[in-house]
Design a binder for this molecule. Structure first.
Ligand SMILES: [Zn+2]
Length: 302
């Protein structure tokens, strides 16, 4: 009797360890199948003969917290800050906004202490003035500044949501566009690459969400950026080709994890081949601090 009890306990431990490994530690997956042709991307970035952008500005709008292992499978359970950013690509006479963060007053019922209301206000003004607005994907912490914008009709007129982003409101984490605002809206459709503006190219990268895309930016001074959206939350996802814990991919995000793995493998290849290409992951407080020391960004929005 005691021996059977021992076997059952042992079996439970083995099953538990296996489940823990599968849900939290494992980051196996396909390593090829997604490619970015940088020669083509650069040629597209230069296909509009007009002034290139001169600098990129950044706002940190809010921050979540998450165990590190949720962001990089097999890492520690220590909580790390998960900042939420918006970017302003500045031309001599116009701007493009990348990602619209989240309205902290909407995210948290009571006052969210991490929400920077003045940064959010600067972003909302910038969204009105922008020549174009794009989002890396349709999650609430990237689309929330758009759905909550007080002048949403005016702002949507120059917002380039893709068809995939518009077609998947279930990915918006409970947010929605005010009734009727998308009536008559013509989403952007493209295959692999799309020239948004001089020096700015959108690159399809479905997997994290159906509407996920990367944004490549080439400045007039030659500096180049690749905004990874949330394909990579942290830069270590690229360097170590390790994605999120499966529990997060599968249970919380229901993302196409294999697609994400092939994209991370391609980012790693690209990073090794082109160390000067500045990769900007979705929510990496440490990597952003490093990029700040390299003057990758030129202060807050204007
Ligand atoms: Zn995000």
């Amino acid at each position: 009797m005691l021996r059977w009890f021992g076997y059952i306990i042992l079996a439970l431990i083995v099953i538990g360890a296996g489940a823990y490994y599968w849900l939290i530690v494992d980051s196996s997956g396909p390593s090829s199948g997604y490619t970015i042709d940088m020669a083509e991307v650069r040629s597209l970035a230069n296909s509009i003969k007009n002034d290139k952008p001169t600098e990129i500005r950044i706002e940190r709008i809010a921050a979540f917290k998450m165990p590190l292992t949720a962001m990089i499978a097999g890492e520690s359970w220590n909580e790390v800050e998960v900042p939420v950013y918006s970017y302003q690509v500045a031309y001599p006479a116009s701007t493009v906004v990348i990602d619209t963060a989240i309205d902290g007053r909407q995210a948290a019922k009571d006052n969210d202490p991490t929400f920077d209301a003045s940064a959010f206000a600067r972003m909302q003004e910038a969204m009105k003035a922008a020549a174009a607005i794009v989002i890396t994907h349709e999650h609430l912490d990237h689309i929330g500044g758009l759905t909550s914008h007080p002048d949403i009709a005016a702002v949507l007129a120059h917002t380039k949501l893709t068809k995939e982003q518009v077609d998947h409101p279930e990915k918006m984490g409970g947010l929605k566009f005010p009734d009727g605002t998308l009536t008559g809206y013509t989403p952007l459709t493209y295959d692999k690459y799309h020239v948004l503006a001089p020096g700015v190219v959108l690159i399809k990268a479905p997997g994290h969400t159906p509407g996920s895309q990367l944004v490549f930016v080439q400045l007039a001074n030659g500096k180049e950026y690749l905004f990874l959206g949330d394909v990579a939350w942290r830069f270590e996802n690229v360097e170590r080709v390790r994605t999120r814990a499966r529990l997060v991919s599968w249970w919380f995000l229901s993302e196409d994890r294999d697609a994400v793995m092939t994209e991370l493998a391609e980012f790693k290849r690209l990073h090794d081949a082109e160390p000067n290409l500045i990769m900007v992951p979705g929510h990496d407080i440490d990597h952003m601090a490093k990029l700040a020391t390299q003057n990758a960004f030129a202060g807050t929005f204007k």
